[in-house]
Unconditional design. Sequence first.
Length: 304
Amino acid sequence: MNREKYIELEGVSKHYKNLKAVDNLSLKVYKGDIYGFLGPNGAGKSTSIRMILSLIQPGSGRIKLFGKDLAHNRYQTLSRIGALVEKPDFYNYLSARDNLKILGRISKLKNLNRKIDETLDLVGLLERGGSKVKTYSQGMRQRLGIAQTLLHDPDLIVLDEPANGLDPQGQKEMRELIQYINRERQVTILISSHILNEIEQISNRMVIINKGRSKVEGDVQALLNEGKMKVMFHVNDVLKVNEWIKNSVYAAYLIETEGDKLGLTMEMDQIPEVNKEMVNAGFQVFAVKPTRSLEEYFINITGE
């Protein structure tokens, strides 16, 4: 089944004199995705986001939003998008509700008061909607920033570092909010972040870019399952299993022992074979856990 493409970049480049900020970048974000946009500092993420939002123009290539060429359908496509670029900025001396009223009136939204209450409730700020923004914590400001992106019922939101500056609890709450918006409101989300653990937990698809170029794009779990990874085997007798492995064809796989577990490095499709051979050799295998984090994968891809 063909999924509808909400964002499509085809060979997009943006150069500043001798700097190739974005270099022949291609990617696809499909309807329903929580799409992780990853890369080290200076990789071209912010420049790419600004081009998607038509804040700057690409030097070459093509950007399509909702299947339409952005260059010729700017208003029609951007009206379906909400965006939070860098830190949210508000009038500190006004309440959250009044800040949203200003935005709503600019957008000529109907039933504005009801819409504001619904949106504040969604992001968990309804009870503090009348408080001045200057009294808000960083986490509350970030939530108000999300509310700002949702006020006009967009089909797609673009979030640039939404968990930036938040403590672990704040990051958890932001992650849950993003997942809720995607699941319950059916909003597609592109999220740029340097917090790799967050992307690993919430994104179904991702791209990693480096020096303005796409290094890899695809399903998050499928990418993490590619190539060799560390696999922990929980066994009944670590010492005997360790000795057996050293004298078997799997000797090169062994990397560590940890309590009642052994760590071996192998590809995903080799796990059943090794497990079977351990059992045939008379050992008990209680659990098998492949472990490769997005951080390890990211470092391997980017070298940073």
